[in-house]
Design a binder for this molecule. Structure first.
Ligand code: COI
Length: 372
C-alpha cells in the first residue's frame, strides 16, 4: 500500500499518476454539530489546514470516526458515487458507538455530491481509478473532563486514487497476528474509528518489516478464527463438495469485531449474481492453512473501498509461509473484481442500484440545519 505523504499539485498531474491518495483536491465540505444547534454551518470551502486548541477532546479521548467511499467516472462523462447511503449509515453507526452525533444521510449525501461536483476535474478515469472521499468526524470541544464532546466537525476530503495496492492487482502477502489483538467482542472493532487503525499500526509495521503487505488479524481470545486485514475484509474460495458449483465462497461473519465492509457486502451480492454460493461462517486459521496445502482452498482475496479486490497469495504464521493458489490471482477473484469494477464504472448494468449520479449542472444546495 502506498505510504506517500499527501501533497498538493495540479489536477492534471494528479490524474496522470494519482497513486493512493497522494494529492488532495482543491475543496473540502465542512459541517458542524453542536448540542445547541444540531447540524449547521455547512459550507464548501477551499482545502485548508485546521487549527485547534490543544485541549480539544478528539486529541485526548479519541472521538474520531471516518468513512472511505469513491466516485467513479461514467461512460457519459459524469461522475457517480458508489453506495454513498451505505457509507452514510455506517458513519452514523460508528458515531453512535463512540457517543458522537449521528449525521443524517441526506446531509452526508449532499456533502459528498457537492465535493465531487466541485472537484470533478480531479477525478481520474482509468479502470480502477476513482476519487476517494474521506469524511472525517472529530470532537471539537475543548474540555479535559472525561465525557463526550458537545461539538463535532465533519470534514469531507477528496483524493484522486488508484487502488491502494496498485492497478496491477498483484497478489499480496499477509502475516497472522500472533499475540496481537486489534478488537474483541463488545469493543469498538466494528466502528470505523481512528483508534482501531492506531491499534493495528505497530503489528502492521512489524509485518511490513518482515516483507509482508498486511496483517491477517485473528480473534483476540483464541487466536484461532480469521477476522480481517487492517483495512480490508477477506474471502476464501473453496473447492465445493458439490460438483455442480465447482467452488464456494466464505467470509468471516460480522460479530462486532470486524468492519461491515461495503465492498464485502457488494462481493456477497455479486457472488450470488454469478451463481457462486457464498456463506458468512467462522473460519479457523488452521483450516485455511491446511486447505491451502491440500488444494481444498483454491483462492483467497481481500476487499475494501481502497483496495477493491486483491488476491492474497501467501500467508505466514509461526510455522512459515503457505502459498495459496500457486501465489497467483485465481479466476474467481478476477471475475468478482472485474464485475465490481464494471458496475462502478457504469459499463455493466447496475442492477442493485448502487451508483448515485452526481450531475454537474445541479447547484450546490445543501444548507442543512438538521437537528438531532
Ligand atoms: C478504505 O478502504 O476505505 C479504508 O478506509 C481502508 C484504509 C486503511 C485505507
Amino acid at each position: 500500500m502506498s505510504d506517500g505523504a499527501v501533497t498538493s499539485t495540479d489536477s492534471a498531474a494528479a490524474r496522470r499518476d494519482p497513486g493512493f491518495c497522494r494529492f488532495h483536491t482543491d475543496h473540502t465540505a465542512v459541517v458542524h454539530w453542536s448540542s445547541d444547534h444540531g447540524w449547521s454551518d455547512y459550507s464548501l470551502e477551499p482545502y485548508a489546514p485546521i487549527t485547534m486548541d490543544p485541549g480539544t477532546l478528539v486529541l485526548h479521548y479519541g472521538q474520531s470516526v471516518f468513512e472511505g467511499l469513491k466516485a467513479f467516472r461514467q461512460p457519459d462523462g459524469s461522475a457517480a458515487l458508489f453506495r454513498p447511503a451505505d457509507h452514510a449509515h455506517r458513519l452514523a453507526r460508528s458515531a453512535r458507538r463512540l457517543a458522537m452525533a449521528e449525521m443524517p444521510a441526506s446531509l452526508f449525501l449532499a456533502a459528498c455530491a457537492d465535493l465531487v461536483r466541485a472537484d470533478d476535474g480531479w477525478l481520474p478515469g482509468e479502470p480502477g481509478q476513482g476519487l476517494y472521499l474521506r469524511p472525517l468526524m472529530i470532537a471539537t470541544e475543548s474540555a479535559l473532563g472525561l465525557r463526550d464532546s458537545r461539538r463535532y466537525r465533519c470534514t469531507f476530503l477528496a483524493y484522486p486514487a488508484d487502488p491502494c495496492f496498485g492497478r496491477a492487482f498483484a497478489p499480496i502477502s499477509v502475516l497472522t497476528s500472533a499475540g496481537a489483538v486489534r478488537a474483541v467482542r463488545g469493543g469498538v472493532g466494528e466502528a470505523k474509528c481512528s483508534g482501531n487503525y492506531a491499534a493495528s499500526l505497530l503489528t502492521r509495521k512489524q509485518a511490513n518489516a518482515r516483507g509482508y503487505d498486511e496483517v491477517l488479524w485473528l480473534d483476540g481470545l483464541e487466536f484461532r478464527w480469521v477476522e480481517e486485514l487492517s483495512g480490508m475484509n477477506v474471502f476464501f474460495v473453496w473447492r465445493a463438495d458439490d460438483e455442480r458449483h465447482g467452488v464456494r465462497l466464505t467470509t468471516p461473519p460480522c460479530q462486532g469485531t470486524i468492519m461491515r465492509g461495503v465492498t464485502r457486502d457488494s462481493v456477497i451480492a455479486l457472488a450470488g449474481d454469478l451463481g457462486i454460493p457464498v456463506t458468512e461462517e467462522p473460519t479457523p486459521i488452521d483450516a485455511v492453512l491446511s486447505g491451502a496445502r491440500s488444494g481444498r482452498l483454491v483462492e483467497m482475496f481481500a476487499c475494501g473501498t481502497a483496495a477493491v479486490v486483491v488476491a492474497v497469495g501467501r500467508i505466514a504464521d509461526g510455522d512459515g509461509d503457505t502459498v495459496i493458489g500457486g501465489g497467483q490471482e485465481g479466476a474467481v477473484t478476477a471475475r468478482v473484481r472485474h464485475t465490481l469494477m464494471e458496475i462502478q464504472h457504469g459499463i455493466r448494468p447496475d442492477t442493485h442500484g448502487w451508483l448515485r449520479s452526481v450531475r454537474k449542472d445541479r447547484a450546490s444546495v445543501h444548507s442543512s440545519t438538521d437537528r438531532q
